[in-house]
Design a protein around this ligand. Structure first.
Ligand code: LMR
Length: 394
């Protein structure tokens, strides 16, 4: 049986991490996978998370199962974090899933059951696991224009023209903030226009929000998803706690589904519960419990927000320093967009060959489309990176 299997295409991001680990050069620089690193290159456990972990160790009395959809306290604090008071609680249903990726998968399965003829739309480009998962679940997909490589900005006219072709019941994946891989994001007016178009087309927004707090701050980063929640009868949301709580390996993500009314929310809740049972039964609890403790305790929450803000502003500082260094090296402003972008990633706009040369000749690792992880930069490495970019012809 197993000889019938075919070789699967590797995920570009995971493959690059393996190549980086295998590289013996001590001066190598990892700008690949989206994991936050501090100035010393470490991925710290956030202070409030560590405190919550100590508290949990002292107070947890059982490791028995939670509910199939996870703990209600976790749903509540996350709904508040992501949606604020944009929508009535009775229209919400939830499923705690293993990571943001797990939440996306559960949503795709929900779409497949609820609307087998729907097409799922995604930005061109998008996180490579989006199309891979949509294909894996067997849902038809289309892309919409998103990025203008010449200006480094959103190609908004192209996006609207493509989405005008969406049919009623189609699902449109939108990055809630900090677009991955481009770092170019919709402004508030553009979010309004997208919301109006989706309403007119009766298409359903599916917001993947994996970096809340990494862009313009916790509240501003939620502008788009809250607007859609206010305006649209149905919205699907996958939220990740991997990055903003730094609990990557705990696999903590959440499906939030907004239904038309409480009756439909009940139906959706039943299906989400069943999908969890079919796929993995109970979700991993540890990360969700930490998130719940941090968000419910005023002191822990204040400390978490302060540290998240440090993370966010340090990335903004690194963006500016790289843009400045590239301006000095190239004598032009063509990399100025790096300082304008938000979130963990931007694309330099280099060719695959140039990216390969950066890796082979300079030990600088970024994804083949020239996406780099801003948090992988440091004051020390930025001058070297800027010189190397110019050396490969960028
Ligand atoms: C990334 O885009 O690098 C992150 O979302 C990590 C991942 O799983 O790909």
């Amino acid at each position: 049986m197993l000889e019938n299997l075919t070789q699967q295409p590797p995920d570009k991001i995971i493959m690059l991490s393996g190549m980086f680990r295998a590289d013996p050069r001590s001066e190598k620089i990892d700008l690949g996978v989206g994991v936050y690193k501090d100035a010393n290159g470490n991925t710290p456990i956030m202070r409030a998370v560590k405190k919550a972990e100590q508290l949990l160790w002292d107070t947890e009395t059982t490791k028995s199962y939670t509910a199939l959809i996870g703990d209600g306290g976790f749903h509540k604090v996350m709904a508040d974090l992501v949606l604020g008071d944009a929508v009535e609680a009775e229209r919400l249903s939830f499923a705690h899933a293993p990571g943001g990726t797990g939440a996306i998968r559960q949503i795709l399965e929900l779409i497949k059951v609820a609307s087998p003829d729907a097409t799922v739309w995604m930005s061109d480009p998008t996180w490579p696991n989006h199309p891979a998962m949509v294909k894996g679940v067997g849902i038809p997909m289309r892309t919409y224009a998103y990025f203008d490589a010449d200006t480094g900005a959103v190609n908004f006219d192209g996006m609207m023209a493509d989405l005008a072709e969406a049919k009623a019941g189609d699902v449109v994946i939108l990055h809630g903030c900090c677009h991955n891989p481009t770092g170019a994001n919709l402004n508030e007016t553009q979010w309004q226009q997208v919301a109006d178009l989706l309403l007119e087309k009766e298409a359903i927004p599916f917001v993947d929000i994996a970096y809340q707090g990494f862009g313009d701050g916790l509240q501003k980063d939620a502008f788009g998803v809250r607007l859609l929640a206010e305006k649209c009868p149905e919205v699907l949301i996958s939220a990740s706690c991997s990055k903003n709580f730094g609990i990557y390996r705990e696999r903590c993500g959440l499906v939030i589904a907004i239904s038309r009314d409480s009756e439909n929310a009940g139906l959706t809740q039943g299906m989400l519960s069943s999908l969890n049972r079919l796929n993995f039964s109970f979700p991993p609890d540890h990360g969700a419990r930490l998130v719940t403790m941090v968000l419910s305790d005023p002191e822990l929450r204040a400390d978490w927000e302060a540290e998240l803000e440090e993370v966010r502003t340090s990335m903004l500082g690194l963006r500016k320093k790289l843009a400045d260094a590239l301006r000095d090296e190239t004598g032009s402003d063509r990399y100025g967009f790096i300082a304008e972008h938000r979130g963990m990633f931007s694309r330099l706009g280099l060719t695959e060959e140039q990216v390969t040369k950066l890796r082979e000749d300079h030990g600088i690792y970024m994804i083949g489309d020239s996406r780099f992880n801003v948090a992988g930069l440091s004051e020390a490495s930025i001058p070297k990176i800027a010189k190397a970019v110019v050396a490969v012809g960028g």
